[in-house]
Write a protein that binds this ligand. Structure first.
Ligand code: FDA
Length: 391
């Protein structure tokens, strides 16, 4: 068969969902992917358990040049709708932390569920198909290395640039540009931050140390764990803040959330004047970090001999450590791609291109990026559903 109502390119989270929904509506749907397997990112997500949504999904937890764009799709297919689908398929799940829902078993269950739904909806799934050209007359003609097909609607669902070794491409961005749709410059998001040698002198020996902090950049603040790495900083709080960080900006780290660092240090000086500073700090912070900070910021004396001004300076630093990342670990390590097809060119209700009838863009290819914690899959489900309802 070469004539379809809908061709979806990209059998990832968003593409599977859009194809499923369009098929359920009785549309003849072809789902194409160049990979040898559908939903590869779902399979590796959430450490193999797929953090498939979040109980706390609200539009404010998504980044986009138009912060209101995601509202409509998220309201029309919600986290509760996806939970109902998972429940219907008897997939057991649990809340890990901060509303994040994971499979008890394996991410494979989510892929199997989506494939079963697509099959029931009559979706024709063709893997290992490379799209070589797309043209538009009365219908879209999609040329592949296995021949050409035509369709009234074309859904671009090929995701972003993250993890190129898994087959991520800028395909959707390139096709969108060819049809005249603007693209917000893509950049890596939810990605570890790197630092220059001066900062790494402190960080590198701390690789592996983790602690709860609050990471801040501009108005964004994330109270979660941070991890020192050989190249800089990672952990959920840093991954979250990386999406808000821009080249040349500083981030601020509160290493003692909800505690009065200066007050604690001054009180320790009075209560334990003979104690070494690093011993006092080790009561507040992981030991290796306490040692490193004491060595870097305090004179090598016992608490009673350290001036109040030095303790106040360290206290202020512990509450607001201001550092400027040199960069990020890039798409190779980024969980998502920020930017993408400009929402100004799309209908927030249907994800259809306003000026190209029949063209839809969904999922990570669009300039909508969620927080860490199941938000990006929910965007894939919601935007996929919106397009599947209209395509
Ligand atoms: P996705 O990338 O899933 O799918 C795109 C599809 O298009 C792929 O099947 C690809 O092969 C295909 N494709 C690409 N180029 C093509 C071309 N030129 N021709 C044909 N096909 C092409 N999110 C979350 O909410 N919870 C989580 O637990 C995680 N965990 C996680 C772990 C890791 C390691 C990563 C990298 C990412 C996550 N994410 C996540 C993010 C989440 O995986 C991501 O946001 C969604 O998969 C995006 O769904 P899409 O369908 O838009 O793209």
């Amino acid at each position: 068969m070469t004539e379809f109502d809908v061709v979806v390119i990209g059998a990832g989270a968003a593409g599977l969902f859009a194809a499923m929904r369009a098929g359920q509506r009785g549309r003849r749907v072809l789902l194409l992917d160049h990979a040898d397997e559908a939903g590869k990112k779902i399979l590796i997500s959430g450490g193999g358990r797929c953090n498939f949504t979040n109980l706390g999904v609200v539009p404010e937890r998504f980044l986009s040049a138009n912060p209101h764009f995601a509202r409509s799709a998220l309201a029309r297919y919600t986290q509760r709708d996806f939970i109902a689908l998972v429940t219907k398929h008897r997939i057991a799940f649990h809340e890990k932390t901060l509303g994040q829902l994971f499979c008890d078993g394996s991410a494979r269950q989510v892929v199997d569920m989506l494939l079963a739904e697509c099959e029931a909806a009559g979706v024709d799934l063709r893997l290992r198909h490379r799209v070589t050209d797309i043209t538009r007359g009365d219908r879209f003609t999609i040329a592949t290395d296995h021949g050409a097909v035509t369709a009234a609607s074309l859904v671009l669902a090929t995701g972003g640039l993250s993890i190129p070794k898994m087959g991520a491409t800028g395909f959707a961005h390139d096709v969108a540009r060819r049809f005249g749709l603007p693209v917000v410059a893509p950049r890596p998001g939810l990605v570890p931050l790197t630092f220059d040698d001066a900062a790494l002198d402190l960080m590198r020996p701390l690789a592996g140390v983790a602690l709860p902090i609050v990471a801040r950049c501009g108005r964004a603040a994330f109270p979660e764990a941070m991890l020192f790495t050989h190249r800089g900083l990672s952990g959920p709080s840093v991954l979250q803040i990386s999406s808000y960080w821009r080249d040349g900006e500083a981030i601020t780290l509160d290493l003692l959330p909800d505690r009065d660092a200066t007050g604690l240090l001054l009180a320790a000086k009075r209560a334990r004047p003979k104690a070494e500073a690093r011993t006092v700090l080790a009561d507040l912070l992981p030991q290796r970090l306490a040692q490193a900070l004491a060595a870097a910021h305090l004179p090598p004396r016992i608490m009673g001999e350290i001036g109040d001004a030095d303790l106040k300076r360290l206290g202020a630093m512990l509450k607001a450590w201001r550092i400027e990342p040199a960069g990020t670990e890039g798409y190779a390590k980024a969980e998502v791609t920020l930017g993408g097809v400009d929402t100004a060119a799309l209908s927030s209700k249907t994800m259809a291109a306003k000026d190209i009838p029949g063209l839809f863009v969904i999922g990570e290819a669009v300039d909508v990026t969620g927080w860490l914690g199941g938000y990006n899959f929910q965007w894939a489900w919601s935007s996929g559903w919106a397009a599947g309802e209209a395509a």
